[in-house]
Design a protein around this ligand. Structure first.
Ligand code: NAP
Length: 405
């Protein structure tokens, strides 16, 4: 087994046959994982003719892990994810019940995967609820580790809530209703800054036009508002030569066009802007809750979550994932749409530097959609014959072309 390593400059060293972690997931997870792995392996073979390949390391989590170990996310699985550095996962069930934490949130916090990255673009042929879905080409960087997702909250009638209400009244003159549950929204300078830094680095590297800081700072000044201030600060202090603020850009239209424009929008406005002025938005950096809502809403503009890829990325580790859930009613039926996981895998190949294989996958998926070769979720809207999950994978593979041959 050859594991990816991180050198002393925090650079990834990828061997020719890297071991990559694979969590198949629950529900439709095994079906879409099998298909995605076949597609990824085929693209790698086509791009590099056997010179490199992935050794897939199966890692158990969710229902499968619970059946064999009594735990949904056993320590051995966390250890394997750590060894692999880069992994991909299907969706996992979040059992509903007192005290159960989402496995996804647990993994994000354990490996400090602070950026949830979701590229959203349109594939012609996919049914969309908007008139000009082709204008959507955005990449959302959502902070993944703090905000209201930190899990600091108390039930209205708990002892902690009572004590906190009393403390706030005694010390700060804040009078809360006696039956108020309480949640805390921490937004820190360090975590906001590193998220925006990652978004700007990405925008510069990928020649994107702008980074929009999305916040609700008009109401939550010291959390959301601070996120915006720290975002502008990191742009100015660390990327001055590569960025310009929107105000500067408007004041001097001669500004070099390759500079990344840093702008900000208030969240509610942003929800209508992505619909009404779609092409004005490119990379988006935002806090956890805003990002959660906004990424699903933007994905809906191009045909929904079934085709949107995602990744959780930190400074060392990264886990690429399908963004939809386990769709349990389709489990084991080989009819789910595997596109989200296939494109997440493609993002993963790009992340490890295997861009040629990633390009091959994206073109072949686009070709399938153009020809309306689709699974039942889209076939029923388009009124065309539906493909099984595995058949969709085969159609993608058939359409793979090596641009250099
Ligand atoms: P869901 O699993 O995403 O499914 C909701 C509906 O979306 C499905 O019934 C189906 O719609 C459609 N759908 C989702 N993915 C699809 C695919 N690949 N192909 C075809 N159709 C697809 O959401 P949920 O029912 O709210 O959640 C189920 C479980 O998944 C829960 O335990 C939840 O916690 C978990 N979950 C996990 C993740 C994750 O691991 N990242 C994310 C979200 C939810 P139709 O019924 O209209 O065909």
């Amino acid at each position: 087994m050859a594991f990816i390593e991180i050198d002393s400059n925090s650079k990834m060293k990828v061997p020719d046959n890297p071991t990559i972690g694979l969590i198949e997931g629950d529900g439709i997870g095994p079906d879409i994982s099998k298909t995605a792995v076949r597609v990824l392996n085929s693209a790698i073979e086509m791009a590099y003719t056997g010179k490199v390949s992935i050794e897939w390391q199966k890692i158990v989590a969710g229902d499968e892990a619970f059946e064999t170990t009594g735990k949904h996310l056993p320590q051995e699985s966390l250890d394997l994810l750590k060894k692999c550095i880069i992994s991909i996962k299907g969706p996992l069930t979040t059992p509903i019940g007192e005290g159960f934490r989402s496995l996804n949130v647990t993994m994000r916090q354990y490996f400090d995967l602070y950026a949830n990255v979701r590229p959203v673009r349109y594939f012609p042929g996919v049914p969309s609820p908007v008139k000009e879905p082709e204008k959507v080409n955005m990449v959302i960087f959502r902070e993944n580790t703090e905000d209201l997702y930190a899990g600091i909250e108390w039930r209205y009638n708990s002892d902690e809530a009572k004590r906190l209400r009393w403390y706030l009244g005694e010390n700060f003159g804040v009078k809360l209703p006696d039956d108020a549950g309480i949640g805390i929204k921490p937004i820190s300078k360090f975590k906001s800054t590193r998220l925006v830094r990652k978004a700007i680095q990405y925008a510069i590297q990928e020649h994107r036009k702008s980074v929009t800081l999305v916040h609700k700072g008009n109401i939550m000044k010291y959390t959301e508002g601070a996120f915006k201030e720290w975002g502008y600060e990191v742009a100015k202090e660390e990327f001055r030569d590569y960025t310009v603020t929107e105000d500067e850009y408007n004041a001097s239209p001669g500004t070099a066009s390759w500079k990344v424009v840093i702008k900000d929008r208030i969240t509610d406005n942003m929800f209508q802007q992505v619909l009404t002025r779609t092409s004005d938005y490119d990379v988006i950096a935002t806090t956890n809750l805003n990002g959660d809502y906004l990424s699903d809403a933007i994905a809906a503009q191009v045909g929904g979550l079934g085709i949107a890829p995602g990744a959780n990325i930190g400074d060392v580790y990264a886990i690429f994932e399908a963004v939809h859930g386990t769709a349990p009613k389709y489990a084991g039926m080989d009819i789910a749409n595997p596109t989200s996981l296939i494109l997440s895998g493609s993002m993963m190949l790009r992340h490890i530097g295997w861009t040629e294989a990633s390009d091959i996958i994206e073109s072949a998926v686009a070709e399938c959609y153009r020809e309306q070769k689709v699974t039942q979720d889209l076939a029923r809207i388009l009124n065309v014959k539906s493909l099984k999950c595995s058949e969709f994978g085969e159609e993608v593979i058939k359409r793979m072309k090596n641009p250099s041959s």
